[in-house]
Ligand binder design. Structure first.
Ligand code: PXP
Length: 252
C-alpha cells in the first residue's frame, strides 16, 4: 500500500443535523449522498448514534437501498447497533466510542485496554461481510491491539491535529501530525488498511493526505459547513483536488 489513489468518504451526518433542527425532511441526507457521488466521493459515511441526534434508522435504510456507493456505517459497539448493522450489511462498519454527552466523537476507542470487548463485534460484522474498522488514536499500542483482535482496518483520529492547527498551536499540530505519520506507517507495516478522519478541512487535509500508507479519508462537518457558502458539490470537488495534489506532491 503506497501512494495509490486516496479514497474520499463523505460523512453526511450534519445534513441530518440541519434537517433535525426543524424536524421534517429537508435537507435530505440521501440527496446529499447522491450529490456527493456525482461530485466524486468514493463512499458515504453515516453515524447512527444511540441518541439518533442526526442520522435516523430510516436514513440508514434509505442509504443502504438507494445509493450506488459503498456505505460506511459508524456505530458504537452495542448489541442494538450490531443488530442494525447485521440487518443492513453495509460495505463497512467503523466502530467508534460514544458518550451521550459529547458533541462529537471525542478520542478513539481504547482497543488496547478494551479487554477484548470489541473482538466479538469485529468477528460478527466480518462474518456478515462488512469490512470492520476501529476508530483509534494514533498510538502503536492501539494499532497492535487492533490487529490482535482481527480488525482489517483502522481509522486514525485526526482531531487533535486539526484542533491544534485551528487554535494556532503550531508546534502541537506538527507533533500530532508526526504521530499520525508514524501511526500510518506502523499500521501498514502490521498489515492493516489505514484510514484517517475527524475535523479535516481544506487547510489541514494535505499533510495527512500525503501519507502514502493511507487508503481513505472520511470528512463531514467541514464539507457540510462549506456547502453553505459554495455548495456541497464545489466543496467536495475542492477537497478531492487538494487530496490529489497532496498525493502527487508527496508532501504538504
Ligand atoms: N471518522 C469518524 C470515525 C468520525 O466519527 C467522524 C465524525 O463523525 C469523522 C470521521 C468525520 O469527522 P468530521 O465530521 O469532523 O469531518
Amino acid at each position: 500500500m503506497s501512494g495509490g489513489r486516496l479514497r474520499l468518504g463523505v460523512n453526511i451526518d450534519h445534513v441530518a443535523t440541519i434537517r433535525n433542527a426543524r424536524g421534517g425532511v429537508h435537507p435530505d441526507p440521501l440527496r446529499a449522498a447522491q450529490l456527493a457521488a456525482a461530485a466524486g466521493a468514493d463512499g458515504i459515511t453515516a453515524h447512527l448514534r444511540e441518541d439518533r441526534r442526526h442520522i435516523s434508522d430510516t436514513d440508514i435504510t434509505r442509504l443502504s437501498e438507494e445509493i450506488n456507493l459503498p456505505l460506511n456505517l459508524e456505530m458504537a459497539a452495542t448489541e442494538e447497533m450490531l443488530a442494525i448493522a447485521l440487518r443492513h450489511k453495509p460495505h463497512a462498519c467503523c466502530l467508534v466510542p460514544e458518550k451521550r454527552e459529547e458533541r462529537t466523537t471525542e478520542g478513539g476507542l481504547d482497543v488496547a485496554g478494551g479487554h477484548n470487548h470489541l473482538a466479538p463485534f469485529v468477528a460478527r460484522l466480518s462474518e456478515a461481510g462488512s469490512r470492520v474498522s476501529l476508530f483509534i488514536e494514533a498510538s502503536p499500542a492501539q494499532l497492535e491491539a487492533a490487529r490482535k483482535i482481527g480488525a482489517p482496518v483502522v481509522e486514525l483520529h485526526t482531531g487533535a491535529y486539526c484542533d491544534a492547527f485551528a487554535e494556532g498551536r503550531t508546534d502541537a499540530a506538527a507533533r500530532e501530525l508526526e504521530r499520525l505519520r508514524q501511526a500510518a506507517a506502523f499500521g501498514a507495516e502490521l498489515g492493516l488498511e489505514v484510514h484517517a478522519g475527524h475535523g479535516l478541512t481544506f487547510d489541514t487535509v494535505k499533510p495527512v493526505a500525503a501519507f502514502p500508507e493511507l487508503a481513505e479519508l472520511n470528512i463531514g462537518h467541514f464539507l457540510v459547513g462549506e456547502a453553505i457558502f459554495t455548495g456541497l458539490d464545489a466543496a467536495i470537488r475542492q477537497m478531492r483536488i487538494l487530496m490529489d495534489e497532496a498525493r502527487a506532491e508527496g508532501h504538504a
